[in-house]
Design a protein around this ligand. Structure first.
Ligand SMILES: Cc1cc2nc3c(=O)[nH]c(=O)nc-3n(C[C@H](O)[C@H](O)[C@H](O)COP(=O)(O)O)c2cc1C
Length: 325
């Protein structure tokens, strides 16, 4: 059985496809040295048949870092988990919460909640193959399966296969009729169902996710849960992570927004030089850095335009900073 991790990190930034790539994670890490970061979901097909270095490479500064996998074949998942372990990831997370049409056709994501025995087999095989924790991210329900009993059956079977940490996005999803974006706002969030799971399985680590935006909300959740995961708000308003560093990790050595922007310059220069990464692929994650501050709109406009110009380089940061007093 996977070891119960009693040192669970109380705050993580959610896996978000097209958003939490390695550049975004490097940026987030400058703001929050202590939280757990996640990759975007990577499917077993992409890893086995594609350019695995492109998907798995990361900067050591991003750690602690969890690799999220999407798939339903135990052997393929175990193979990919091993690759992740060899690359130095700290955790393997299995996606059982993504409702997109494309992935459900491939038996990936939320649809897996309807196949708890398959998920159990996947977890068991991964846990036998790697020596890092194996965790599962799921919803509280799916389609007409919207009850404590359904979720409890899923969690119990997957727990028996060796999973000791569940990230529960406390909103059920509809596989038909709602697109992934709508499935993040409808139907209503239900933290209570996730809390009932924690009460029924006190030995499990339960990380709650969904619509969490403030330090106070997180502190409230940490009275019932072992951890909290924050998604859209961390991406759109990344400096929130600094307030969370102070409030959740009692870290009083946080960097200012300007320091963070300036620290991205050498990173951008290195990424451009070593990997030919366009500056816009990195700066796009920084657009919300000054949210709520004077000059934020001009910073946003500058970072939305300048990195797209021919010959743009890391100096776009300094140019955009001119709008910040
Ligand atoms: C753009 C975007 C991409 C996402 N991609 C993934 C993904 O790859 N894997 C996953 O488990 N969840 C994914 N999610 C869901 C988030 O991890 C999270 O569960 C959801 O946004 C709810 O948390 P929040 O209300 O704090 O944003 C994605 C969400 C967004 C907004």
């Amino acid at each position: 059985m996977n070891q119960v991790n009693n040192n669970i990190i109380p705050l993580s930034v959610a896996p978000m496809m097209d958003w939490t790539d390695r550049h975004c994670r490097y940026f987030h890490r400058l703001i929050t040295p202590n939280s757990l970061l996640y990759t975007e979901m990577i499917t077993t097909g992409a890893l086995i048949h594609g350019n695995k270095n492109r998907f798995l490479h990361f900067s050591k500064e991003e750690k602690p870092l969890a690799l999220q996998l999407g798939g339903s074949d135990p052997k393929a998942l175990a193979q990919c988990a091993k690759m992740g372990e060899n690359y130095g990831y700290d955790e393997i997370n299995l996606n059982c919460g993504c409702p997109s049409n494309r992935v459900q056709k491939a038996m990936i994501g939320a649809i897996m909640m309807k196949k708890p025995d398959t998920v159990a087999k996947c977890v068991e095989k991964i846990a036998k193959t790697v020596n890092i924790p194996v965790t599962v991210k799921c919803r509280i329900g799916i389609d007409e399966f919207d009850s404590f009993e359904f979720l409890n059956d899923f969690v119990s079977k997957v727990k028996n296969a060796g999973c000791t940490t569940f990230v529960i996005h406390a909103r059920k999803c509809w596989l038909h009729g709602l697109n992934p974006k709508e499935n993040r706002t409808k139907p209503k969030i239900d933290y209570e169902r996730a809390a009932q799971i924690k009460a029924a399985h006190p030995e499990l680590n339960i990380v709650v996710n969904g619509d969490i935006k403030t330090p106070d909300e997180i502190k409230g959740h940490l009275k019932k849960f072992d951890g909290t995961m924050i998604g859209r708000e961390a991406y759109q308003n990344p400096y929130l992570l600094a307030a969370l560093e102070q409030n959740i990790f009692n870290n009083d050595k946080i960097k200012s927004r300007k320091e963070i922007a300036l620290e991205m310059i050498p990173y951008i220069e290195k990424q451009m030089k070593d990997y030919d990464i366009p500056v816009k692929s990195i700066t796009r994650h920084m657009i919300g850095l000054f949210q709520g501050m004077s000059g934020a709109k001009k910073w946003r406009q500058a970072l939305s335009a300048l990195p797209h110009e021919k010959g743009a380089d890391a100096n776009v940061i300094k140019e955009a900073l001119r709008f910040i007093r």
